[in-house]
Every structure is written in C-alpha cells, then in structure tokens.
Design a protein around this ligand. Structure first.
Ligand SMILES: NC(=O)C1=CN([C@@H]2O[C@H](COP(=O)(O)OP(=O)(O)OC[C@H]3O[C@@H](n4cnc5c(N)ncnc54)[C@H](O)[C@@H]3O)[C@@H](O)[C@H]2O)C=CC1
Ligand SMILES: O=C(CO)COP(=O)(O)O
Length: 344
C-alpha cells in the first residue's frame, strides 16, 4: 500500500482522500488552514465542505513539508487559482520526483495554460509529460458516500497513468485511462462554463429543452476549441466531455450550476460568489475561454454570452434571446470544421 498526500482539503480533496483510504493507502490530507486541520483530526468531519464522516486513519496536516514526507504520490486538488502558489512551495521542499496527479478543473486567464502546464512551469523536477490529470463526472458529495462513479486519468507517461489508476480504482470508483491529456483537461475545465449557463437557464425558469440545447451546443463549442488545440475530438464524447457536462449541468450538487442559478434569478456575480463559499471554477475559466476563442478564431457564442453576463452586466434573458436569434446555419457545420481542424 502507498503513502499519499492529498493537497487541498475542500470537498473534492476530502472525497478523493476517502477513496484512497478505502483502498488501504496511508493518506495525509493537507490544508493551508491550521484550524481546519485540527478540526478534521479531532472531529473526523470537514463540516463546511462535505457532510460525511472521514475515516479516522486519514490524518490532516497544515504543514506542507510534514504532509509530503515519505509519500510516493501527491494529489493536487486546490482551486486552479492556487495551483502556482502551492506548486512553487512544493518545488522547494520536494526531495525526489514522485507520482504527481492533479484533479483541478480550470484554465488560467491571460496565460491560457491548462493545470498540467502550470504545474510543469512551477516545478523544476517535473516535465509536462510526467504529470497525471484525473477528471470526469464526479461530484464529491456522491463519491464521499461511495456511490458508483467513473473517472478518467490521463498522462503522456503511460506508466504514471497506470499507477494512478491502480491507486484509485475500487468497486465504487471506476478509473479509465486515456492518452489525451489536452482533451481530458479541457473537457473538465470548459464544462464548468456550460454548467453556469445551465444554472442561468434554470434560474430564468426555462426547462429541459433549453438545458438539452445548452449541453449539446456547449459540447460543440468545447470540441471546436479543444480540437483546435490538439485534443482528440472523441475524448469529448467520453467521461471528461459529455459525462462531466451531464453531471454538472443537471445536478444541484454542482457549484457552477448553483452559481448560475442565482445569476439567472437576478443576483449580481459578487453577491453570488460571496454566498457560495466554495470555488466556482467556471467564472475564471469563462474569462480564459473567451480569450482563447478570440486567439484561436473559434466561434463560441454560448461562452461569449456567459462572459457578457458575468463581466459586462448583460441581462441573462437578453443573452438567451441573442443566442436564439443568431443567423441560420446547418447543425453539423461544427463537426465538419472540427474534423477539418483535426485532419488538415
Ligand atoms: N467538488 C467537486 O465535486 C469537484 C471538484 N473538482 C475540482 O477540484 C478543485 C477543488 O475544488 P473543491 O474541492 O470543490 O473546492 P472547495 O471550494 O471545496 O475547496 C477548495 C479548498 O482549497 C483551499 N485553498 C484555497 N486557496 C488555497 C491556497 N492558496 N493554498 C492552499 N489551499 C487553498 C480552500 O481552503 C479549500 O479547502 C477545483 O478545481 C474543482 O473544479 C473536480 C471534480 C469534482
Ligand atoms: O467537476 C465537478 C463534477 O465532475 C464538480 O463541478 P462543480 O465545481 O460545478 O461542483
């Protein structure tokens, strides 16, 4: 059995720690807040984040050096905004190169880097090829209750992907591998934008038809941008694409859906983020994707509409009206563009 450090004690870090502990591993859960580490160790709960008892053998730490001492794998699960900071600290204290996995879902605005690219930039010991991403339809609330869940792990280093699959796989947490790091990371990050949109649509009082349209046309946008950046279009039909879109756009567990729902009901972004108390990755990723679409010259009307609601105070109803009244087109034009990008 392995010794594993999970860095980031929010809902997802806690749920992944439970999977690892169930698999017999020695799990150290790191938080940057001392009082949270003390509360986890004394009550075996992580109250603000997950309503579930945490196995007593999971130990929480607030000292990063102690948390990673002697471990053979690290799982990074902090919000994308904190990735560079945590990796820079890790780089100064990590003595040897061990398996490095991340499970965060976002894209950095301005640099337009994916999480594995940010990690590689901050950590001298690691090349981009070494890093593993874990993504897929997986709400922490259900994983914490050991409900059936499937995810995908991806790395250009096949051995590292298989080590990760073996660390996590069990009878309720099924782990697939994929060689398509770009597609797996972009699918997980970009679906959060569409989940905001699904929440907005529900908040406006629209129904299942509107949501199905958002999921399907959102998938077309994700696949267009992703393919232009080198992803395999088929990845977006799998767990990190369609799978994660379904789970995030249709569940009240989703932080992105919940934030969108409040926006659709007329709340302002600042008020919404204050109320959430948990990371809503889709907000920063919308900014990044908006910039990416312009850079890649890719049409992303839903993403751009959500950008206007978030950052330009556009009224959600007006944005829906604009989307519905775009010029006529053939549905599968997207697919033709996507495949010609891929095979040109
Ligand atoms: N919650 C879920 O069901 C899932 C979340 N994810 C992804 O996992 C990542 C983390 O999400 P959650 O656990 O939901 O977030 P969360 O909001 O529940 O928790 C975030 C944690 O990160 C900590 N943190 C914030 N800034 C930090 C910093 N500078 N240094 C160290 N720690 C810091 C916070 O104190 C908190 O404990 C996100 O990228 C999210 O998209 C992926 C799959 C499922
Ligand atoms: O990525 C997730 C589920 O796969 C979690 O999404 P939220 O951050 O919207 O809760």
């Amino acid at each position: 059995m392995a010794k594993v450090a999970v860095l980031g004690a929010g809902s997802w870090g806690t749920a992944l720690s439970i999977v690892l502990a169930d698999n017999g591993h020695d799990v150290r859960l790191w938080t940057h807040r001392k009082e949270q580490a003390e509360a986890i160790n004394s009550t075996h709960k992580n109250e603000k984040y997950l309503e579930i008892m945490i196995p007593e053998k999971i130990n929480a730490y607030d000292d990063l050096a102690r948390a990673i001492q002697g471990v053979s794998a690290i799982v990074l699960v902090v919000p994308t905004k904190a990735i560079r900071d945590v990796c820079a600290r890790l780089d100064t204290i990590l003595e040897e190169k061990i398996t490095l996995i991340h499970a965060s879902k976002g894209i950095e605005p301005e640099s337009l880097k994916r999480v594995s690219e940010m990690i590689a930039e901050e950590m001298e010991k690691y090349a981009y090829e070494d890093i593993v991403v874990l993504s897929g339809p997986s709400h922490a609330e259900e994983v914490g209750k050991r409900q059936p869940t499937t995810v995908t792990v991806s790395s250009l280093n096949e051995k590292n992907a298989k080590i990760t699959q073996d660390l996590f796989i069990n009878e309720f947490f099924r782990v697939y591998t994929s060689p398509d790091v770009i597609g797996v990371e972009l699918g997980g990050a970009l679906k959060n934008i569409i989940a905001l949109g699904a929440g907005i649509s529900d908040g406006l009082g629209y129904g299942d038809n509107a949501k199905a349209a958002l999921i399907t046309r959102g998938l077309a946008e994700i696949a267009r941008l992703g393919t232009s950046l080198g992803a395999n279009p088929l990845t977006f039909l799998g767990l990190p694409g369609v799978g994660d879109l379904i789970v995030t756009c249709t569940s009240v567990h989703s932080r992105n859906w919940r934030a969108g729902n409040l926006l659709g009901k007329g709340n302002k972004l600042d008020q919404v983020l204050d109320q959430m108390g948990m990371v809503v990755e889709g907000v920063r990723t919308t900014r990044a994707a908006h910039q990416f679409a312009a850079k890649q010259e890719i049409e992303m009307p839903i993403t751009n509409g959500i950008y206007k609601i978030l950052f330009e105070e556009a009224k959600p109803k007006d944005v829906v009206d604009q989307l519905m009244n775009r010029t006529k087109r053939e549905e599968m034009d997207d697919l033709a563009v996507l495949l010609s990008n891929r095979y040109a």
